[in-house]
Design a binder for this molecule. Structure first.
Ligand SMILES: NC(=O)c1ccc[n+]([C@@H]2O[C@H](COP(=O)([O-])OP(=O)(O)OC[C@H]3O[C@@H](n4cnc5c(N)ncnc54)[C@H](OP(=O)(O)O)[C@@H]3O)[C@@H](O)[C@H]2O)c1
Length: 238
C-alpha cells in the first residue's frame, strides 16, 4: 500500500518501537492513530509529528473502551487501512516466582488486547475498497521457549498461531496479515521485564524501516512472517 493518506493504527505508540513506527509512517505522509496509556508521552509525540498523528489514550485491555473508540472513530467515510498490534510486555522470572498478576497482565495485553481491537477493525477492513494490513509484533520468543520467559513465551507463541490463522482466513478479503519476530531491541522493554539490557541490541528505527517496507509491498505480495535479529548478538556467557 502507498502510505500517503492511509489510516494506520499503532498500539503501544508511547515508547520504543511503537513510537518509531509512528515517526516512520508519518514521514511517509500516513495518518497515525497512536494508542497507549501514557498521555504525556503521546502528547510529546503529537508535538513532534503534528496533524497526521492522533494521540489516543486507551488501555487495550479495556474491551468496552476499545470497542467504543473504534465505533466513534471509523465509519464508511473514514476507514482504517492498517493495524499494527505492537503493545506488549514481558515479565521474566522462574515459574515459581512468576506472580498471578504478572501472568494475567501479559495474557491481557499481549493476547486479549490484540483480539479486542482486531475483531473490531476487521469488519472495516472487509468493507474497504482497498487492501488492508494487520501486522502483529511477536518476538523470537514466539519461535522458541527459553528459561525464565515461560509466560511471555505463551503469549508470543499464541500470537504466532493467531497470525497464521488470520492470514489464511483473511487473505481472500484483501487483508494481509504479517507476524514479526524480533530479537532484542534497545527500548524500555527489558527494564520493565526485570531483565538486563546489553550493548548489541537492534535499534527501533531499523525495525521501523522494515515495518514500512512490509506495509509498502505490492497488493498481491505478502510477507507473512519475518524474523529480525542483531547480526552480532550478546556473546554467550563464558
Ligand atoms: N524490545 C525488545 O527486545 C522486543 C523484542 C521482541 C518483541 N518485542 C515486542 O515489541 C513490542 C513493543 O515493545 P517495546 O520493546 O517497544 O517496549 P516498550 O517501549 O515498553 O513499549 C511497550 C508499549 O506497549 C504499551 N502498552 C503496554 N500495556 C498497554 C496497555 N494495556 N494498553 C495500551 N498500550 C499498552 C506501552 O504504552 P503505555 O505504557 O503508555 O500504555 C508502550 O507504548 C511488544 O509487544 C514486545 O513484546 C520487543
Amino acid at each position: 500500500m502507498k502510505l500517503d493518506g492511509k489510516n494506520v493504527i499503532v498500539t503501544g505508540a508511547s515508547s520504543g518501537i511503537g513510537a518509531a513506527f509512528c515517526r516512520s509512517i508519518v514521514a511517509k505522509k500516513g495518518v497515525v492513530y497512536g494508542l497507549a496509556r501514557r498521555k504525556d508521552r503521546l502528547d510529546s509525540l503529537k508535538k513532534e509529528l503534528g496533524a497526521n498523528f492522533h494521540p489516543v489514550v486507551l488501555d487495550i485491555t479495556d474491551e468496552a473502551a476499545v470497542s467504543k473508540w473504534v465505533d466513534d472513530t471509523f465509519n464508511a467515510n473514514n476507514r482504517p487501512d492498517a493495524l499494527i498490534n505492537n503493545a506488549g510486555l514481558g515479565k521474566f522470572g522462574n515459574i515459581e516466582d512468576l506472580s498471578l498478576e504478572d501472568w494475567h497482565t501479559m495474557m491481557n495485553v499481549n493476547l486479549n488486547g490484540v483480539f479486542y481491537i482486531t475483531r473490531k477493525l476487521v469488519p472495516h477492513f472487509k468493507a474497504s475498497d482497498s487492501h488492508s494490513h494487520i501486522i502483529n509484533i511477536a518476538s523470537v520468543a514466539g519461535l522458541m521457549g527459553n528459561p525464565k520467559i515461560s509466560g511471555y513465551n505463551v503469549t508470543k507463541f499464541g500470537l504466532r498461531g493467531f497470525s497464521e490463522a488470520l492470514f489464511k482466513e483473511l487473505r481472500f478479503d484483501k487483508i494481509k496479515v504479517t507476524c514479526v519476530y524480533p530479537g532484542s531491541i534497545a527500548t524500555e522493554f527489558f527494564e520493565k521485564a526485570g531483565a538486563e539490557t546489553h550493548s548489541h541490541m537492534m535499534q527501533s528505527e531499523d525495525v521501523a524501516s522494515t515495518i514500512v517496507h512490509i506495509l509498502e509491498t505490492a497488493d498481491n505480495f505478502l510477507i507473512d512472517e519475518i524474523t529480525l535479529r542483531p547480526l552480532n548478538p550478546k556473546p554467550p556467557e563464558s
